[in-house]
Write a protein that binds this ligand. Structure first.
Ligand code: UT7
Length: 327
């Protein structure tokens, strides 16, 4: 009897039209295109129109993914949305997306920051294999521009808005998710956070005055952990799938910094040509980075039928997650 497997039936992505280039940022803070390019690899990022919530980007990516899967919104029986920039504290953004796309199913958000999409894939895989659900819509979506201090050059150059979505269901012939690997380390929670707005520091005039509603990050500490975590996660998730690192045809990493990806390439021996990179055009889109990269890797032909791919992400929490898929 062949093993039951869960795979991706359709993908979608949505990027806001507005482009914010490094040259635009030069006019806003004390930075330069040269510094941003050489220290991060980023050239430009997309920014949602003011007043456009995360659910709107998620809706567009989701409708494309459902259509690509050959399904209708009413065929979706569960929605899992990964974000750190929900429309509101509650209700969940997943519920708002459910209504916007015309689905009739349970829906909830998960919070695993930049690792949110592969975390949600692992969750969806288990729920389909349990027999409880058939078609699960998994979304990674962010409008992080609203939580950035545009006067802080150490963070504002890094991030962008976007959304990616995938429909998961059972697949045949040895394709689909081969292995997943999740991790977190709450002892490093302080490295990357939005301090206020939750129950620890409820929003108040004082918290806004202190800028505690913005993204705060210890960049160099996150950088060091990121390289180690990404390498360990790739090796572990390949091993769990009974693959050697050389068997990976395409690595789809979280898109935070080109220097992180260069270090991952050096340490794992995965050549840069096998690593899909789009951070030059979008920056770090948190939970949207891996699904948008996967979408573009498939569309561009970098991922083909039977390709062994590894998605790998790390982020605030700290969290990390990886997933091996035979396409
Ligand atoms: O999604 C997961 C989360 N995030 C990440 O993965 C981010 C990981 N970290 C990074 O990507 C890098 O640490 C950064 C890109 C954030 C920063 O690069 P760095 O090489 O670690 O720079 P640094 O923070 O050590 O700063 C070096 C210098 C400092 O000046 P001094 O003190 O040496 O005079 C900064 O003030 O660069 C300065 N600097 C800038 N200069 C021009 C910091 N940001 C900028 C800027 N433009 N935008």
């Amino acid at each position: 009897m062949t093993q039951r497997r869960v795979g991706i039936l359709g993908l979608g992505a949505y990027l806001p039209e507005k482009v914010l280039s490094n040259h635009d940022l030069e006019k806003m803070v004390d930075t330069s295109d040269e510094w941003i390019r050489t220290r991060t690899g980023i050239r430009e990022r997309r920014i949602a129109q003011e007043g456009t919530p995360t659910s709107e980007l998620a809706k567009r990516a989701s409708l494309e993914a459902i259509d690509a899967a050959g399904l209708k919104p009413t065929d979706i029986d569960l929605i899992i949305l990964a974000t750190v920039t929900p429309d509101m504290t509650f209700p969940s953004t997943a519920c708002i997306v459910q209504d916007k796309i015309g689905a009739k199913c349970p829906a909830f958000d998960i919070s695993a920051a930049c690792s949110g999409f592969p975390y949600a894939l692992a969750l969806a895989q288990g729920m389909i294999l349990s027999g409880a659900y058939k078609h699960i819509l998994v979304i990674g979506a962010e409008v992080i521009s609203g939580f950035i201090n545009w006067k802080d050059r150490s963070t504002c150059i890094l991030f962008g808005d976007g959304a990616g979505a995938a429909v998961l269901g059972e697949v045949q012939d040895g394709h689909g998710i081969l292995a997943t690997y999740l991790g977190s380390d709450g002892a490093q929670a302080n490295l990357l956070k939005i301090p206020a707005g939750g129950s620890a520091i409820p929003p108040s005039p004082a918290s806004v005055e202190a800028g505690l509603h913005y993204v705060h990050m210890d960049g160099s500490e996150v950088f060091k952990s990121a390289v180690r975590i990404m390498c360990d996660s790739i090796i572990e998730v390949a091993k769990r799938a009974d693959l050697k690192v050389e068997d990976i045809d395409c690595l789809i990493p979280h898109q935070a910094n080109l220097r992180i990806l260069n270090a991952v390439s050096d340490r794992t021996g995965i050549p840069l040509e096998k690593i899909f990179i789009n951070l030059d055009r979008y920056g770090n889109m948190s939970a949207a980075s891996t699904p948008v990269a996967l979408y573009e890797a498939v569309k561009s032909g970098r991922v083909k039928k039977n390709s062994n791919i590894v998605l790998v992400a790390f982020g605030s929490g700290l969290t990390w997650a990886a997933c091996t898929i035979r396409w």
